[in-house]
Design a protein around this ligand. Structure first.
Ligand code: GLN
Length: 429
C-alpha cells in the first residue's frame, strides 16, 4: 500500500534525524499505534503531527512542560476526532515552547527544536515542532496553535505554510489554553492546497466550545482560481532587515503585474499598541488558566517546575489582576484590543488583504541571549490579527542567506477562501 510505504519512510526519517543524526527534536512522542490506524476520507493517507498542547487520546499532551510530563490525554480534542473521521493518521506529538509561551522553540522543558533549514538557528515558536516536522519531512502536515503568531512565526522561519484561522472558526475543545480569548488551533503544511485541505476538515461549529461559530465550507477546487479585481494593501512598516521587505515587495510587484492586482500602501496607526496589549491580556488569562495546575489534579504544581518564561507570565498576570487594581489594566488592554480590531475593520473596507513580512527579523542562533523585548518583538506583525480575530496565513517567498522568509497575508474575519486563493496565486509565481 502507498500509505504504508510513505508512513514507514516518515517513521524512518524520524528515527534517523529527530533524536539522532541532525537532532531536530521536533517530535516528543511517536504514536505507537500509528501502523494500525487510518481509514477512508478526505485525509486518507495524510500523515499528521500534533502540537503537544492538543489532546490526542492515549498520547502525552505535555505542553512542552514538566508540569504535564506524565499526562496521558484521556480524550480526543474535537479537531482530532474530525481528523480521524476523515482517515488522517496521527504519527506523533510535536515539541513546543512551554505552554505555547515563546517565539523561538527554546522554552520547551524537553530541549529546543532545531530549524531544519539551518540547523543552528531557532525554528521559531511556539509551534516549533509542528513546523520543523513538516519542514524536515517527518510528516505531511501538522496542527499547531496560534495565540500571537505561534503557527505563522515558525512556518515563516522553517519555510512552510502556516494558517491562523479566524478566531472561533475552529473548535478549541481539547486545546490546553495559553490565553483563551486569543487562542486558535490552525494548520501547517508544505503547500497552500494541503493546508486548505486540513483546515477544511477541522473548521466548523462545535457545541463543546461555547464561542465556536459556523463558517462557510471551503471550496478546495476554487483555490486554484486566480482572484481578479483584488486590491492588495502593503503594510507601511519599517522592517529592521531591508532584505526581508525587498523579498516581499518583489513578489507583490510580480503578482500585481501578472494578475492585474491593484496595490496600495496601508498604515495601521494602532500597530504599535499590539505587543503591549497582547502580553497584558496573555499574562492575565494565562495566570487565571494555570490555576488548575495546582499539583492536585493534573501533574505537578506549575510554580514548582515551570521554566522562567512561564513563571514570568504567572507572576506578571497575578500582579496585573490584583483586586486592588479593580481590573483597570485588563480593561485598558481590552480597550486597546478594540481599537486594533476597529482599525482592521475599517481597512478591510478599502483593501482585500494586508500583506507584510510574517516576522520582522531573521531567526537568532539557538541559545543566543536576546532581551525579552527583542524576543517579544518577533510577534510585532502577527499579534494584531489575534487581537482583531482575523484570519492570516504565512507562505514561504524566498530566502535571505539560506534562511527562509515568510510573507503574511491577512484577510478579514471568515474570509479564508479569498485568503487561500490569494496565497495560492502568489505561491504559483
Ligand atoms: N510568541 C507569543 C507568545 O510568546 C505567541 C505565542 C503563541 O501564539 N502561542 O506568547
Amino acid at each position: 500500500m502507498v500509505v504504508a510505504g510513505k508512513l514507514k519512510s516518515y517513521l524512518k526519517e524520524i528515527e534517523k534525524n529527530n533524536k539522532k543524526g541532525k537532532k531536530i527534536n521536533a517530535i516528543l512522542e511517536v504514536n505507537p499505534n500509528v501502523l494500525k490506524e487510518g481509514g477512508k476520507g478526505k485525509l486518507a493517507g495524510k500523515i499528521i503531527v500534533v502540537k503537544s498542547n492538543i489532546n490526542v487520546k492515549g498520547l502525552n499532551a505535555s505542553c512542552g512542560s514538566k508540569v504535564l510530563e506524565d499526562y496521558t490525554a484521556p480524550y480526543n480534542a474535537t479537531v482530532i476526532e474530525k481528523i480521524k473521521d476523515e482517515g488522517g493518521l496521527i504519527i506523533g506529538m510535536a515539541n513546543c515552547d512551554e505552554f505555547a509561551s515563546g517565539s523561538s522553540g527554546e522554552t520547551s522543558a524537553f530541549g529546543p527544536t532545531k530549524n531544519p533549514a539551518v540547523l543552528d538557528l531557532i525554528p521559531g515558536g511556539s509551534s516549533s515542532g509542528s513546523s520543523a516536522a513538516v519542514a524536515a519531512d517527518f510528516c505531511d502536515m501538522a496542527l499547531g496553535s496560534d495565540t500571537g503568531g505561534s503557527i505563522r512565526n515558525p512556518a515563516s522561519h522553517c519555510g512552510v505554510v502556516g494558517i491562523k484561522p479566524t478566531y472561533s472558526s475552529v473548535s478549541r475543545y481539547g486545546l490546553i489554553d495559553l490565553s483563551m480569548s486569543l487562542d486558535q488551533i490552525g494548520v501547517v503544511a508544505k503547500n497552500v492546497s494541503d493546508a486548505a485541505l486540513l483546515l477544511d476538515v477541522i473548521r466548523g461549529k462545535d457545541e463543546r466550545d461555547a464561542i465556536s461559530q459556523e463558517s462557510k465550507k471551503l471550496n478546495l477546487k476554487k483555490i486554484e482560481e486566480i482572484p481578479r479585481n483584488i486590491v492588495v494593501g502593503i503594510l507601511d512598516f519599517k522592517v529592521q532587515d531591508k532584505r526581508i521587505q525587498e523579498l516581499i515587495d518583489r513578489k507583490i510587484s510580480e503578482a500585481s503585474e501578472k494578475y492585474g492586482w491593484k496595490v496600495k500602501k496601508i498604515k495601521l496607526d494602532n500597530l504599535d499598541l499590539a505587543i503591549a496589549t497582547y502580553y497584558l491580556l496573555v499574562y492575565v488569562e494565562f495566570f487565571s488558566g494555570t490555576r488548575k495546575f495546582d499539583g492536585r489534579r493534573y501533574g505537578e504544581k506549575i510554580e514548582n517546575v515551570a521554566g522562567p518564561e512561564v513563571l514570568r507570565r504567572i507572576l506578571g498576570g497575578s500582579e496585573i489582576s490584583k483586586a486592588e487594581h479593580h481590573g483597570r489594566y485588563y480593561h485598558l488592554g481590552l480597550k486597546a484590543k478594540k481599537l486594533i480590531a476597529d482599525e482592521f475593520e475599517k481597512t478591510f473596507k478599502k483593501v482585500d488583504c494586508i500583506i507584510s513580512p510574517t516576522v520582522p527579523r531573521l531567526p537568532h542562533k539557538i541559545g543566543e541571549k536576546i532581551s525579552i523585548k527583542e524576543m517579544y518583538s518577533y510577534d510585532t506583525l502577527t499579534t494584531p490579527s489575534n487581537l482583531a480575530g482575523n484570519c492570516a496565513i504565512s507562505i514561504p517567498i524566498g530566502k535571505v542567506e539560506d534562511v527562509p522568509v515568510g510573507m503574511q497575508i491577512i484577510c478579514d474575519k471568515f474570509q479564508e477562501q479569498k485568503m487561500l486563493q490569494i496565497a495560492r496565486a502568489i505561491e504559483k509565481i
